[in-house]
Design a protein around this ligand. Sequence first.
Ligand SMILES: [Zn+2]
Length: 111
Amino acid sequence: MKASLIDKLCCPMDKHDLNMRVFVKHEDGDIIEALLTCPECRRYFPVISGVPIMTLDEYRDKSIEAPTLQRWGVTPAALEGENNFELKEEELLAASGPKALDAPELPGDEG
Ligand SMILES: [Zn+2]
């Protein structure tokens, strides 16, 4: 997804603006893997293979998202037993901090 798309995305639950923590991006700026977070309801929405996964809770499957989150080193509150898609406080802060957009770049000949 284009990095500028973040300006057009909002939380599907409460329409709040989202923060983004980028994990992988192309050198042309396209976002490949990232974590979108809503500071209002604390939900997270992963970006995988350039596609933002922004479905409602009832259509999400934690077991599908868990391996990706673990690879990113992100531990949502949801993985600690609660049946929700909320982030822990420190993960929320990491997604909105100054280093949130500081990600390694992939060669531009992919995609
Ligand atoms: Zn929200």
